[in-house]
Write a protein that binds this ligand. Structure first.
Ligand code: ADP
Length: 267
């Protein structure tokens, strides 16, 4: 797409000149389009629980005014919807904070192995509810990357939570931390139903879900993997996703190792 600027230059009569300037707008257009879509999607995601919340308030004020049984049931649904809106707003804020800092590479030494241990400990209860076994494999030594501790905790939390939510009941989730000379990685693998190949390229888009009902049911906002992707990008790393239907899914974040120079000052 091009925008053409037309400017009449000085001069009169037949000597009047016109200057044409071409400006490539395609990239600008795409960015603008994405922004508009994002605002529309976010509004829609908030509107749905809000409408339900208001509907229940009106019912409680009107037809169900004296129905004590209905009141308790409705209040607990309203609480659920309120919590869903809160999660959504929190995720939107996280995403925009990470994006705002995208140009600042994080530089505090963070131990990926320690982070993974913390997340496994904090999600053990959730895993137990689905009878999922969490298995963590990592080197004995710390695995130091230049990072932002809170963001890396968030990254691991989102990946392990997804593996528990979308993996198999009575299944296994393997969390593996690996170290190398230049890069370190964490991978999260489940043995669940997996993801069909056509979904893989779009999985980290905001609000993209394979199964919207299942995601909502599991309390998902559709922003978890978008947050993961932005955290990995801010850490100058890469995210790989491997999956096939019926074969589980593996999400792997590969991050640059802390440089030897900063490692010596960070002990
Ligand atoms: P949500 O909040 O819906 O969980 P995410 O961005 O974390 O959003 O994930 C996007 C979608 O990717 C999910 O709705 C789900 O359909 C799919 N997905 C994520 N992780 C897995 C997994 N381990 N196995 C199968 N599908 C997954």
């Amino acid at each position: 797409t091009f925008r053409i600027h037309i400017a009449a230059l000085k001069g009169g009569g037949w000597r009047r000149a016109v200057m044409l300037t071409f400006e490539d707008l395609s990239e600008l257009r795409v960015t603008e389009r994405m922004r508009v879509d994002f605002v529309a999607n976010a509004s829609h995601e908030l509107r749905t629980p809000l409408a339900s919340l208001l509907g229940f308030v009106e019912t409680l004020q009107g037809p169900a005014r004296n129905d004590t049984g209905a009141r308790d049931r409705f209040l607990s649904i309203m609480r659920e919807q309120g919590l869903r809106m809160a999660r959504l707003v929190d995720d939107l804020l996280s995403l925009s904070r990470i994006e705002l800092r995208a140009h600042l590479a994080p530089e505090t030494p963070v131990d990926l192995a320690g982070i993974s241990r913390e997340i496994v400990d904090s999600l053990t209860l959730m895993a137990r509810e689905r009878n999922v076994n969490l298995r963590l494999e990592m080197p004995a030594e710390p695995v130091k990357v230049a990072g932002d501790r809170d963001e890396l905790l968030r990254l691991m939390e989102n990946l392990v939570e997804n593996a528990i939510k979308y993996g198999r009941e009575h299944g296994e989730v393997f969390i593996e931390v690996a170290d190398g000379p230049a890069e370190a990685s964490v991978s999260v693998r489940d043995d669940g139903p997996g993801i069909a190949p056509e979904h893989l390229p779009r999985l980290t888009e905001r609000f993209y879900r394979v199964d919207t009902a299942a995601s909502r049911e599991a309390g998902g906002t559709g922003l978890g993997l978008a947050i993961v992707k932005h955290i990995v990008l801010r850490h100058r790393g890469r995210l790989t996703i491997e999956s096939a239907l019926g074969q589980g899914a593996t999400f792997k974040a590969i991050l640059p190792r802390l440089s030897p120079q900063s490692r010596s000052t960070s002990a």
